[in-house]
Design a binder for this molecule. Structure first.
Ligand code: SF4
Length: 353
């Protein structure tokens, strides 16, 4: 066994739960506050080695280095677009790769995380959907993306969205555990108000998230106003049709002053008519929500069309006239294939994972 393989046998303290980290520290005869210090160094301060943990005695740092390790998923490739969006191909310990995307705005820096390798949902407008599910990410692999990307940006990441590869509510335990770790004040310390989980509409998962929390923001990819069209766009609609989904959203225990984000990908000539906009306004009646209109971002082999700009603006106007907050969200970083899954697919073609 070589040195690298030997070191992989050691426990990875970035991956273990706080409970297991405390037990590990206790096993070394250390008081519980040492576990808190180590977790803070890894999650809050971005340490990638024990030597960096300068408030631990030197002998302890050396002892930890001999008995444990800190795995930080490497970034295999990074692409930047003129609009500032940066896309990262992150490698997991088993060699598989996922994507994370950093999206800067004036007052915020949002990191979009993957929750699965591939995705089983197979939305017609998404390249990741074509790959099928390879495997779920462990919670440490979900938060590991924050650690990997954070080291590559001087700006503080202010917001997190679970909107990359995968459907988070089909990997509920790991996604919820990752959210708890991201909001843990002993570690990453993100406010739950600054984290959004985006789902294609897994009704039992929405209900469970409502019951068990944590109370992060919820975004739902609705994308159609009739079951016929939505069945074609998001096949899980056959199981949880629009009526069922909206009933679950109406019952969702939204914290005060928060709104559900309704995402609506506009496909030219398919779901972008005036009637669609009016039906959408009627469907959302009484729901505390805002609407994000996302003009389709094409990828090689996709059969959908980019919607006409005037259509997009007209769609928005109908919604605002019905007193909804409706925003047009441009697909960020088109130049770097920011549509979900494109970088991954390219690397896959060239044999990187
Ligand atoms: S849009 Fe999201 S849920 Fe749909 S296939 Fe892509 S990754 Fe999966």
């Amino acid at each position: 066994m070589n040195k690298r393989e030997l070191s992989q046998q050691l426990p990875d303290l970035a991956s273990v739960s706080f409970q297991d980290l405390t037990a590990f520290a206790e096993g070394l005869g250390l008081p519980p506050y040492r576990a808190r210090q180590i977790r803070r160094w890894i999650d809050a301060r971005g340490a990638t080695s024990f030597e960096e943990m300068t408030d631990l005695p030197k002998a302890l740092r050396e002892g930890l280095g001999a008995r444990a390790r800190i795995f930080t998923p490497p970034v295999l490739r990074e692409d930047a677009a003129p609009d500032g969006t940066r896309k990262f191909l992150v490698q997991l310990e088993d060699g598989l790769t996922i994507e994370s995307v950093l999206i800067p705005d004036k007052d915020r820096l949002t990191l979009c995380l993957s929750t699965q390798v591939g995705c089983p949902v197979n939305c017609s407008f998404c390249l990741t959907g074509r790959m099928g599910l390879v495997r779920n990410l462990a919670s440490a692999e979900i938060v590991g993306q924050v650690r990997s990307v954070r080291a590559r940006t001087p700006r503080r990441i202010s917001n997190i969205v679970l909107m990359g590869m995968g459907e988070p509510l089909l990997n509920f335990e790991n996604a919820a555990d990752a959210l708890r770790r991201l909001t843990d004040p002993r570690g990453f310390g993100f406010s739950s108000r600054r984290i959004t989980l985006s789902t294609a509409g897994i009704v039992p998962g929405i209900e469970r998230l409502g019951r068990e929390g944590p109370p992060v923001n919820l975004a739902v990819s609705l994308n159609a106003t009739t079951d016929g069209i939505r069945d074609r766009m998001i096949p899980i609609n056959r199981k949880w049709p629009i009526g069922r989904l909206l009933a679950a959203l109406r019952a969702y225990p939204l914290p005060p002053r928060r709104r559900i984000t309704i995402e609506y990908v506009l496909l030219g000539g398919e779901n972008d008519t005036d009637e669609d906009a009016r039906r959408l306004a009627a469907l959302l009646k009484g729901l505390r929500c805002k609407v994000n209109l996302i003009p389709f971002n094409p990828f090689p082999g996709s059969s959908h069309r980019i919607p006409d700009r005037k259509r997009v603006e007209r769609f928005q106007r109908i919604l605002t006239e019905s007193r909804y907050s409706a925003f047009i969200r441009e697909s960020r970083g088109k130049e770097i294939r920011a549509a979900c899954g494109q970088l991954w697919a390219e690397e896959k073609k060239s044999g990187a994972s």
